[in-house]
Design a protein around this ligand. Sequence first.
Ligand SMILES: C[S@@+](CC[C@H](N)C(=O)[O-])C[C@H]1O[C@@H](n2cnc3c(N)ncnc32)[C@H](O)[C@@H]1O
Length: 280
Amino acid sequence: MSDLPDPSAVRVALWRALHVEADPPPHVLDDTLGLALAAPSDDFRQCRDMDLRATMRARASIVARARFTEDLVAERAAHGVRQYVLLGAGLDTFAQRNPALASTLRVFEVDAPASQAWKQRRLIELGLPPPEWLRFVPVDFEVTSAWESLVAAGFDRTVPAIVAALGVTMYLTEEAVVAMFRPLAGLAPGSTVVLTFAPPLELLEPEEWPARKATEAGARAGGTPWRSTFTPQQLTALVQTAGFRAVTHVSARALTERYFEGRADGLRPSSGEEILLVAP
Ligand SMILES: C[S@@+](CC[C@H](N)C(=O)[O-])C[C@H]1O[C@@H](n2cnc3c(N)ncnc32)[C@H](O)[C@@H]1O
């Protein structure tokens, strides 16, 4: 199989870079390394899904979810948590951008085998070979559970972990989402799971309906179709059935208040992707 990046992972990495390049400071997240990894053609900014105005709120969601998660990692690490798992890591660059924090953890990046092979090759080409504390774990969530592979890669189920699945559930069938989360309920006490989900169209602000339809059409055309949407209540019920007890819904409005308050440019996250914070 040829090693090629997942198009959805490249798209969000480029949005993170465009946030730094095109949105006025303060920046919610400072991540341009994904652009270097993806190395798109010079005219990538002219592509329809890079249109700064049309993708403004999606771009804000992508930087908000990453910032929220990295703040959580810092907070949990300060309380002694030493394992961080990124399910569907894509072109996430936390390990390269924040070595001071990342090196205090064991970081596991789980992703589809072909995308991950491509990323490892690109990191080496950029002179960024993976440090000892970063482990790559190739898994197709539709085929196998990530958990045996994680344990084989050194994940310790008996101590707390932070697990993030950002921008992943919408690409999976409901069965694969359940299969991914059921073993997570057995994480050690003190663990935290942060995941994002796409609410169904009718829950979005109506002004965002065209952007959502375009995103779904683009994902289909790119060969990575969306497979599931959830209301916060549906996903809460699903993770509770999987065995989680504490569930907190972090809405787009809450992310706006936390990271975008007082901006003159009107940048704020889309209502099309929200966060669920869960603990076993
Ligand atoms: C939109 S990207 C998000 C990447 C990253 N979490 C971020 O926020 O930049 C979705 C990721 O999910 C991964 N993914 C989707 N379906 C998968 C599957 N069946 N098995 C493993 N990974 C999958 C893709 O390879 C991709 O890296």
